[in-house]
Design a protein around this ligand. Structure first.
Ligand code: NAP
Length: 282
């Protein structure tokens, strides 16, 4: 059996086109476009690329965006001051502080200082808490992208066995909460899980968000499962996921490629969140 590849690029461009059309309506109605503010502290090359892509996506969707590049010596107090100013800035709808930040800055304090209504990364304790309580808030972009892919693929989550490998605040936990909200029966695995492959092989829907190249092999996948590979592991041969794509494609019904699966969805969902945040502020 060769798994169907879930084309994240195509789904993301559908989402982006839909957002662009809604942004045009928003702009016509309110006289201004939604606007995203991004912040990078230091000169991490990967952060520069991610943020440049986010600005390009904003532009293509007809949104405004402004960037604040701060030097690597910036103090936590200086960054908190900027975050507070962006929170008060009437012209800013979304705030994204690209992580990681240099070691003199506590990322948790910075994230917690972002105005929850402008928290388009969905990472503040307020938005994480709303998600935990099943209440509406801004959703973390990658988990929201995973759910959008499952929706697009018409995956029936009601009563399905879902296994999430990884329990990070950024991906694993919010994905698990969203799957639970969609009425899946959810198991969360992590580095201390015993017999990982056996637990994973129960899954109708398996989401890998680990950061270990090709950790999930064919023995961990139930025949006919839908496998979402969130992993983005950079090595000498380029980027690979947390799933052994070649082996798992022989067992799964559907699989997201890396690259071209979950990755493009993250930027698309950032645009969705920025529009949502802007709508809530008018
Ligand atoms: P993270 O914070 O490092 O969390 C990794 C999780 O995996 C932890 O919960 C850890 O368990 C668990 N883990 C580590 N080794 C394991 C093992 N051998 N068996 C089972 N579980 C194990 O990483 P993250 O931020 O969630 O990111 C995960 C992956 O997704 C990375 O490759 C990252 O680059 C990628 N990612 C992609 C996107 C995208 O847009 N496509 C966005 C975000 C992240 P413990 O909690 O016990 O330590």
């Amino acid at each position: 059996m060769a798994a169907r590849l879930i084309d994240g690029k195509a789904v993301a461009s559908e989402v982006r086109a839909r957002v662009a059309s809604e942004v045009a309506d928003f702009t016509a109605e309110h006289g201004h476009a939604p606007r995203l503010a991004t912040v990078i502290v230091g000169d991490d090359p990967a952060s520069e690329i991610y943020v440049a892509n986010k600005h390009k996506a904003c532009k293509e969707a007809g949104m405004g965006s402004v960037h604040h590049g701060l030097g690597g010596e910036t103090t936590e107090a200086e960054l908190l001051e900027l975050v507070a100013a962006l929170g008060e800035d009437e012209d800013v709808d979304g705030i994204l502080v690209q992580l990681p930040v240099p070691e003199q800055i506590d990322p948790d304090r910075v994230v917690a200082a972002i105005d929850p209504g402008k928290d388009v990364d969905g990472l503040t304790p307020v938005n994480a808490g709303l998600l935990a309580q099943g209440m509406p808030g801004l959703l973390s972009c990658t988990p929201a992208g995973v759910m959008e892919l499952l929706r697009h693929e018409d995956v029936d989550l009601e009563g399905a066995e879902a296994v999430v490998v990884g329990r990070s605040r950024l991906v694993g936990v919010p994905v698990a909460r969203l799957l639970l909200a969609a009425n899946a029966t959810v198991t969360v695995c992590h580095s201390r899980t015993r017999n990982l492959a056996a637990v994973c092989s129960r899954a109708d829907v398996l989401v890998a968000a680990v950061g270990v190249p090709r950790l999930i092999g064919a023995d961990a996948v139930k025949p006919g499962a839908v496998v979402i590979d969130v992993g983005m592991n950079r090595g000498e041969d380029g980027v690979c996921g947390d799933v052994d794509q070649e082996a798992v494609a022989e067992v799964a019904a559907a699989l997201t490629p890396v690259p071209g699966g979950v990755g493009p969805m993250t930027v698309a969902m950032l645009l969705v969140n920025t529009l949502t945040a802007a709508r809530a502020r008018v």
